[in-house]
Design a binder for this molecule. Structure first.
Ligand SMILES: C[S@@+](CC[C@H](N)C(=O)[O-])C[C@H]1O[C@@H](n2cnc3c(N)ncnc32)[C@H](O)[C@@H]1O
Ligand SMILES: [Zn+2]
Length: 274
């Protein structure tokens, strides 16, 4: 079993009839109807609904499902495929998975996806609810990436797309020789959207910091332009960390910029745990 108890860290065992999970110290966790597990005890929560709000999650889902980031998702899936032995099951974790778009894309694009064990973790319950509903054969849990309730060295590969993570936990969860795949914004990501917001737009730094004990083995830049419609532009704006800077007048301008072409620019970094 991959899971450990978030309260006492003992292994979790699945209850055969209820399908819920429990540990030897009788901490119990129900399996939701949609198939996800909530492993974020109330005492670990800093707010009532931690993580992205439902509105943010919906906006992101609509935007992603329209396919604007599919070229990046495909590159992510093929990078994973390239580094696996098809006949051997691979345990993969999406850290800060949101509503599971990338996990679904990996399943769609991978060769022999039946040999993939896809797992996802996010602190936002509404996102995990949506992810579990859409991908019944993947496994999703509500928990924080700062303290991930999985057994040591369980995973062959961890990836994260624009989500927070914790180096110590990444190290603990990955097998020796395991892989870490990080997607970060490339220098020109969303340039034309940022031009509405900043007087002087600066390029994103291409440097990424790897946890100690990791060695970069591959890097790929994916850039292209997208042309989202009005509603999608607003959704995209909401997905960005600079959305809060866009006041009413700026939002109106973005809304009215019909046909605006926006650069998408991503860097995929693959690192090996030594
Ligand atoms: C920018 S979103 C990216 C989501 C997804 N990877 C994607 O690209 O569609 C960041 C995600 O991290 C989650 N998050 C924020 N803090 C977290 C934490 N401490 N632990 C786990 N997830 C967290 C949010 O709920 C949100 O779903
Ligand atoms: Zn316990």
């Amino acid at each position: 079993m991959p899971y450990i108890c978030p309260i006492c860290q003992s292994p979790l065992i699945q209850h055969l009839s209820s399908k819920g999970y429990y540990c030897k110290n009788k901490h119990h966790f129900d399996l939701a109807k949609e198939g996800y597990l909530n492993l974020l005890p109330a005492q670990h929560k800093k707010s009532k609904e931690p993580g992205d709000s439902r509105a943010m999650m919906r906006a992101r889902r609509n935007f992603l499902e329209a396919g604007f980031y599919q070229p990046m998702a495909k590159a992510l899936a093929s990078m994973i495929d390239k580094h696996r032995t098809e006949s051997v099951p691979m345990h993969i974790l999406d850290v800060g998975c949101g509503e599971g778009y990338y996990s679904r894309q990996i399943e769609i694009h991978a060769q022999h996806s039946e040999n993939l064990d896809l797992q996802g973790i996010d602190i936002a319950k509404n996102a995990i609810f949506a992810a579990a509903k859409k991908q019944p054969n993947a496994h999703f849990i509500v928990a924080s990436s700062k303290s991930m309730p999985y057994a040591d060295h369980y995973f062959d590969l961890l990836f994260r797309v624009y989500a927070p993570s914790n180096d110590k936990e990444i190290n603990r969860l990955l097998k020796p020789g395991g892989l870490l795949l990080i997607v970060t914004p490339g220098p020109r990501h969303l340039w034309q959207l940022k031009e509405f917001i900043y007087k002087e737009v600066k390029e994103h730094s291409a440097d990424i910091s790897l946890p100690e004990g990791f060695e970069q083995i591959e890097s790929q830049r994916i850039s292209y332009t997208i042309q989202p419609d009005q509603e999608q532009r607003m959704a995209l704006l909401q997905m960005t960390p600079f959305a809060w800077r866009a006041k009413g007048d700026v939002q109106n301008k973005i809304q009215r910029s019909h046909g605006l072409e926006i650069e998408a620019d991503f860097i995929l970094t693959l690192a090996l745990k030594k």
